[in-house]
Write a protein that binds this ligand. Structure first.
Ligand SMILES: NC(=O)c1ccc[n+]([C@@H]2O[C@H](COP(=O)([O-])OP(=O)(O)OC[C@H]3O[C@@H](n4cnc5c(N)ncnc54)[C@H](OP(=O)(O)O)[C@@H]3O)[C@@H](O)[C@H]2O)c1
Length: 337
């Protein structure tokens, strides 16, 4: 079968096209033909060797894939041939609080990922995908969508009428905009670009702020909320944005610590959280249980992910470069014919 592998820490140029033996399912396994994969910012870091939790080499990259079941082992009862499924980001985090061992099972990092034609899974590492989504759309769910879901719904306790702040217009943030709109919340979206902000409005953002033109953007957020601040911040920026995110949060507000787009090293005044009684939650994707709950909501609301562009399998390195350019809004996808 055709696949890609990362053998060294050389970034996108070191991602190699390879031919591997097709896997055969054991009695308790499901064989999935992967039809589409999507990229996350993390995949750029994995290719550079910077995602150090437990990256292995060589590794088949990418955590997010969707496809169809083409064979099931004799002991499998949960899935059947023809089912449309996606793999879970953490193969073994089924539910409850995760263990360190479960965190070692992230696809496309600690263990092999989905950028290939066929892959075997234990049933506990798969979920059925919403029926109204294409494979390309379903492939965007395992990481970016589930992260935004855990941030807003599981930990953020989002309610109709809440004010939500999103940073930038990448994969996690565009899902956050859509989930917030789904819950009847108001979204203040930020971006580096007015053009992207117009797209954010189409996705469900109510108010927009260009953070390049307004470096003190927390003041805009305060103005837009009559001085109150927002109930939830979907914080993907890291050290360069965290202080302003905390200044944007309302009294008793919530900040989901998700990303580090602007880096990790630096100082933040802890009093900003303390005096406002802000709850800060570290978010790391989500469990299979959360994935199931999210898919029910996506199906009920007929939500469609925001896809920026779909690349062919042979164009996988171009897909990585497109993500790296930061010109996208939403998700970058690779289709596998
Ligand atoms: N903890 C988790 O479980 C988890 C899961 C998924 C992702 N993440 C992390 O979350 C972050 C976003 O991931 P992603 O996959 O959504 O990325 P992505 O799709 O590549 O989105 C990147 C976008 O973020 C915006 N951006 C870049 N630098 C920024 C800054 N300094 N301040 C505000 N916005 C900035 C830009 O949008 P504009 O041009 O519109 O500003 C850029 O296009 C990454 O750090 C990633 O590692 C964490």
């Amino acid at each position: 079968m055709k696949a890609y592998q990362i053998h060294s820490d050389g970034g996108i140029d070191a991602i190699e096209r390879v031919n591997l033996d097709g896997p055969k399912p054991k009695a308790d396994e499901v064989l999935v033909r992967i039809r589409a994969c999507s990229l996350n910012y993390r995949d750029l870091i994995v290719a550079q060797g910077g995602y150090s939790r437990n990256d292995t080499r060589p590794v088949i990259p990418l955590s997010d894939g969707a496809g169809e079941v083409v064979e099931v082992g004799e002991d499998v009862t949960e899935f059947k041939t023809g089912d449309r499924v996606a793999g879970c980001f953490f193969r073994d985090w089924v539910g409850g609080d995760p263990t360190e061992e479960q965190f070692q099972t992230a696809l496309g990092g600690g263990i092999d990922g989905v950028l290939r034609e066929y892959m075997t899974f234990k049933p506990h590492a798969l979920v059925p995908v919403p029926q109204h989504l294409s494979f390309e759309e379903a492939s965007t769910l395992p990481c970016a969508a589930l992260t935004a879901w855990q941030a807003l719904v599981v930990k953020g306790d989002i309610k109709a009428g809440h004010d939500i702040l999103t940073l930038g217009t990448g994969g996690v943030s565009t899902f956050a905009i859509k989930f917030a709109a789904m819950h009847g919340a108001r979204v203040i979206a930020t971006s580096s670009s007015d053009e992207k902000l117009e797209q954010a409005k189409q996705l469900g953002a109510t108010d927009i702020v260009n953070y390049r033109d307004n470096p003190e953007w927390h003041r805009n957020v305060r103005d837009l909320t009559d001085g109150r601040g927002v109930d939830n911040v979907v914080e993907v920026g890291g050290i360069g944005t965290l202080e302003r995110s905390l200044k944007s949060a309302a009294l008793n507000g919530h900040v989901s610590l998700i990303g580090v787009l602007s880096g990790t090293e630096g100082a933040v005044n802890p009093l900003l959280a303390l005096f406002n009684r802000v709850t800060i939650h570290g978010i790391y994707v989500g469990s299979r249980e959360m994935f199931h709950a999210m898919n029910r909501a996506i199906e009920t609301s007929q939500l469609k992910p925001a896809i920026d562009r779909v690349f062919g399998f042979d164009e996988a390195p171009d897909a990585y470069r497109h993500l790296q350019s930061g010109s996208h809004v939403g998700k970058v996808v690779i289709a596998i014919d």
